[in-house]
Ligand binder design. Structure first.
Ligand code: SAH
Ligand code: SF4
Length: 356
């Protein structure tokens, strides 16, 4: 004879962090509770940052018990945290229910706190210079696993800064995992939850054109960053193999459309690789592309990945590239490399640690 367990094992409970407020309200009404209880629960989780039902003092005991039985309020286990010496950049290695591991990074500068999120375990797209690309794809993250990264890093920072930014620039290609990524954004955007403005969120894509079009239709005015890295199809085919499917002409048309629909300038990410895409002609063509759509350029001096031959250009070469762009391009920034010493910089996420 089998005995019913008193509580559902965690693995069978649904994570509360993957539910939109309306879905939570539906689920509560099925259990006989009024819809407004979902608003209160959202407040406890996302505004007061409570991580267990026990402390939710305005909920009746029966509801607290139902929450414990049916929903999981736990955050993924943090396996390791690596911080830079100045403590301003921290990389969190987290373990998900099935044992899969992903990394997310918090970066504090004078002006703002930014959380860099992963959207997949690994990545299938195999860009030639990226550490995550070397891993291949294990699986997509689910919406609650994306929301949990934000909660976990917010908790680690004690929610001192409520006005943080989010960038989908960790492991994975967000638009290859479209639904869960957008669902997570909707949950984070909820005004009775974290109330994170769309302007504070940037999705970075290597150029999945149908995903860019679909994102434009969401009407959320999210920031879009596009990994350009090359100004001609021949080189881009090599660096970003996805270019063979959606070449520059189609990519730039989709970016233009996104800019027009969202009213926001698209960020053109351009990783500088010494002797590969950092010449004077590259700068001229890059400026021309930038002028052809509402955009800004973000240069990323290459962050080395063990086992790959690409090199970061010297400081002088980066400066020379920037100086060529300034007079002829609409807006240019150079991404500060944060977290290089702990293998937490762009494109270095993939299980590398300072000891590795
Ligand atoms: N998958 C998304 C997000 C990736 S990370 C995308 O490809 O856009 C954010 C940026 O870092 C992308 O532009 C990516 O191409 C770039 N990048 C990847 N590896 C890098 C590295 N080793 N050094 C510098 N930039 C890198
Ligand atoms: Fe994937 Fe982006 Fe890395 Fe390319 S750069 S392999 S799309 S994570």
């Amino acid at each position: 004879m089998s005995v019913m367990p008193l509580t559902t094992p965690a693995a069978l409970r649904q994570s509360l962090f993957g539910l939109r407020r309306a879905s939570l309200a539906d689920s509560l009404t099925h259990r006989g509770f009024p819809r407004y209880r979902a608003d209160q629960i959202y407040g406890w989780i996302y505004q007061k940052h409570h991580r267990s039902a026990a402390g939710m003092s305005n909920l009746p005991g029966t509801l607290k018990q139902a929450l414990d039985e049916s929903f999981d309020l736990g955050l993924p286990r943090v396996v390791a945290v690596h911080a830079t010496r100045d403590q301003l950049t921290r990389k969190f290695l987290i373990e998900l229910e099935d044992g899969a591991r992903v990394e997310c990074v918090s970066m504090q500068t004078e002006r703002r706190l930014t959380f860099c999120l992963s959207s997949q375990v690994g990545c299938a797209l195999g860009c030639a210079f990226c550490a995550t690309g070397l891993m291949g794809l294990t699986r997509n993250l689910r919406a609650h696993e994306i929301v949990a990264q934000v909660l976990l890093m917010g908790d680690a920072h004690h929610w001192k800064d409520q006005r943080f930014n989010l960038v989908f620039m960790g492991m994975g290609e967000p638009l290859a995992n479209y639904e869960p990524v957008v669902e997570a954004i909707r949950i984070l955007h909820d005004d009775k939850g974290l109330n994170l403005g769309a302007r504070r969120i940037t999705v970075s894509t290597s150029g999945i054109v149908p995903g860019m079009r679909r994102l434009a239709e969401e009407g959320m005015a999210l920031g879009l960053a596009m990994s350009l890295h090359a100004t001609e199809d021949g080189l881009r085919d090599r660096l970003v193999p996805l270019n063979q499917r959606w070449p520059l002409r189609e990519l730039l048309a989709a970016a233009r459309e996104y800019g027009q629909k969202s009213g926001r300038r698209v960020t053109l990410e351009y990783t500088l690789l010494a002797g590969v895409n950092d010449g004077p002609d590259d700068a001229l063509r890059l400026a021309e592309i930038a002028r052809s759509l509402p955009s800004k350029i973000n240069l990323i001096p290459y962050n080395p990945v063990p086992g790959l031959e690409w090199k970061r250009p010297s400081r002088e070469a980066v400066d020379a590239f920037v100086q060529r762009l300034y007079p002829i391009a609409p807006a240019v920034t150079v991404r500060q490399t944060l977290g290089g010493e702990i293998w937490a910089a762009c494109g270095q996420l993939g299980g590398l640690t300072p000891e590795a």
